[in-house]
Design a protein around this ligand. Structure first.
Ligand SMILES: Cc1cc2nc3c(=O)[nH]c(=O)nc-3n(C[C@H](O)[C@H](O)[C@H](O)COP(=O)(O)OP(=O)(O)OC[C@H]3O[C@@H](n4cnc5c(N)ncnc54)[C@H](O)[C@@H]3O)c2cc1C
Ligand code: FES
Length: 274
């Protein structure tokens, strides 16, 4: 434990990829520690990333814990700090502290069918779980990934997703079609209903815009999924990430320490502030 728990480690940006262009563009950054080894993390955990003089923000670690050399983060440009990240170049040095929060209970899901349901930037927090499950393919039964963007240009990790075919049943969708798109056209919850996955021996993991999650959960209930077999993450605004400032609380839970991963059964027990 460092003397000052707010003090970040230094990390160098080693790779930058533009995933989605436009007003709310998304870029994926790979970073490596400047000194020593990177901290270990689990699927679903986050880190506080900072640019000196610009500020810091909580971001999901979007790479599998099995990858030791670098950590990956996909950042949507929404405001001051995220815009500063979008100006970074390979070689720049940033600050990182973490890992924070709880994790997906991936080991408990061995022997089960896994359904991942993501929308927009919501693929990033569940990407470590998807890639870890694929790397440990024999431990799980069928793996299905539903993922949708507004248009084909809004599908993030496109090439990486295509590489998963064969190991996973990949169900991509777009809200609005364009020339050359052969996949499903419609919202993610509708695609889930269209394919109607069986709730038998299955876990559903969903992350995306709140409106998508609301309808995905309704549809999963219709398909027979129990609340304790549905998992999601919540992204309350955070400042310290350490359970000290009270910025992120829902009821008596500090989401930065108790979350961000919750089963739907747990979320139903919390006040609707998330
Ligand atoms: C646990 C957790 C995981 C996250 N993972 C990711 C991720 O993987 N990728 C990613 O791009 N973002 C993620 N976020 C959101 C990210 O932290 C915010 O977008 C970021 O702090 C915005 O900083 P900013 O200075 O650019 O924007 P600001 O200037 O602070 O805000 C710009 C706008 O974004 C809104 N905003 C800021 N934070 C949030 C939030 N947490 N939820 C909803 N609206 C917000 C503000 O109200 C404002 O309207 C995560 C947040 C949490 C709490
Ligand atoms: S962010 Fe400070 S208590 Fe959670």
């Amino acid at each position: 434990m460092p003397d000052n728990i707010y003090l970040p480690e230094l990390a160098r940006v080693v790779h930058i990829k533009e995933e989605v262009a436009g007003e709310r563009s998304i870029k994926t950054f790979r970073i490596e520690p400047v000194n020593g080894e990177a901290f270990a993390h689990e699927c679903g955990q986050c880190a506080m990333l900072s640019i000196f003089g610009r500020g810091e923000m909580m971001i999901s670690i979007a790479s599998s814990p099995l990858i030791k050399e670098y950590k990956q983060f996909s950042i949507m440009r929404v405001g001051r700090v995220s815009a500063a990240f979008h100006e970074l170049q390979v070689g720049d040095v940033i600050g990182i502290r973490g890992p924070y929060g709880n994790s997906f209970p991936v080991d408990d899901w061995r022997g089960k069918n896994l359904f991942f349901i993501g929308g927009g930037c919501g693929l990033a927090p569940i990407w470590p779980v998807i890639t870890t499950a694929v790397a440990q393919r024999d431990y799980f039964k069928k793996i299905t990934v539903f993922y949708g963007g507004r248009s084909p240009r809004d599908i993030m990790y496109r090439a990486e997703l295509e590489k998963l075919r064969g190991d996973v049943d990949l169900q991509l969708s777009v809200d609005k079609t364009e020339d050359g798109w052969n996949g499903y056209c419609g919202f993610v919850p509708a695609n889930v209903m269209d394919k109607a996955p069986s709730a038998d021996n299955a876990i559903a993991i969903t992350c995306g815009p709140p409106i998508m999650i609301k309808f995905v959960i309704q549809n999963l209930h219709q398909l027979g999924f129990a609340d304790e077999h549905i998992f999601t993450t919540i992204e309350n605004k955070m400042k310290c990430g350490l359970g000290k400032c009270g910025r992120c609380n829902v009821g008596k839970d500090y989401v930065c320490t108790k979350g961000p991963v919750y089963s739907w059964a747990q979320l139903k027990g919390l006040p609707e502030e998330y």
